[in-house]
Design a binder for this molecule. Structure first.
Ligand SMILES: Nc1ncnc2c1ncn2[C@@H]1O[C@H](COP(=O)(O)OP(=O)(O)OP(=O)(O)O)[C@@H](O)[C@H]1O
Ligand SMILES: [Mg+2]
Length: 242
């Protein structure tokens, strides 16, 4: 168990299917308030499925999802955003023909958020001055790193308490990867709790405090990230050291 500070997100025995095919088999994990937790695992292990289930994009066949003491399992995605859970999806999924600013504003779609959209937009621009400079540029013409910034910025528009990042550095050059992790550090220092899925296991473990390893839809290992980093199995299977 992950129990250093109060629990913000708790997933209990989550099972998820795509049609007849079950891909999550009783996933349990928790993320403590103010923490960066990471979920690592190979391609197809179930990382994206887990995040999408927390965001409410996928239904649970069994199991429960809680934010603090409140059960979210049956709530639609917009209710989860209202409870300040946001997901920055794999592949960024920006609207390429819309401007940076229009993309950001799409993160504040519901009336409750629209009220605060100006303040949130100002906060996002303060964090990402490069997005401000490029506010009128079409998102599809941004560099990969800038697109990721824009996707993270959109995820910050509802002023999240829990920000989930699915492979935020995929396909980026090392310098852009450093930059994105620097932003995540900054976001975290503002008190936002982060659940990170990262293909770069080394980075994810160095960056987070607690980690879960998922293999074919089951959590097979968990612990403080530093412990997983020095775990022989993790080193051999995921960090490429013999
Ligand atoms: N829409 C879908 N329909 C059917 N099967 C799916 C669908 N999305 C994912 N799957 C399957 O579910 C399993 C878990 O996929 P998921 O995308 O959660 O993996 P992942 O850990 O995020 O992998 P990656 O590191 O490649 O992103 C895989 O076997 C995948 O083929
Ligand atoms: Mg994935």
């Amino acid at each position: 168990m992950n129990h250093l500070s109060p629990t913000l997100l708790r997933i209990q025995n989550l099972e998820v299917c795509y049609g007849p095919v079950q891909v999550l088999w009783g996933v349990s994990l928790s993320v403590n308030q103010g923490q960066v937790a990471c979920l690592i695992g190979s391609n197809g292990a179930g990382k994206t499925t887990t995040l999408n289930a927390v965001a409410g994009m996928l239904k649970a066949k069994a199991g429960k999802i809680f934010l603090k003491e409140e059960e979210l399992t049956a709530q639609p995605p917009r209710e989860r955003v209202k409870r300040r859970i946001t997901l920055v999806p794999e592949g960024r999924q920006l609207w390429p023909k819309m401007s940076v600013e229009e993309n950001l504003l799409m993160g504040a779609f519901s009336p409750g958020f629209r009220k605060n959209a100006d303040a949130n937009l100002a906060r996002v621009y303060e964090m990402f001055p490069r997005l401000k400079e490029r506010r009128t540029q079409l998102a599809g013409t941004l560099s990969g790193g800038e697109q990721q910034m824009c996707a993270i910025g959109r995820g910050l528009m509802p002023d999240p308490e829990l920000l989930m990042l699915d492979e935020p550095t995929l396909g980026l050059a090392p310098k852009a990867v450093d930059e994105i992790f620097e932003f995540v550090r900054n976001i975290r220092s503002q008190g936002v709790t982060v659940l990170l899925v990262a293909q770069n296991v080394n980075y994810a473990l160095e960056f987070s405090e607690y980690a879960y390893l998922i293999e074919t839809g089951k959590i097979t290992l968990e612990g403080p990230s530093a412990v997983l980093l020095s775990n022989q199995y993790v080193q051999e299977a995921y960090l490429g050291s013999a």
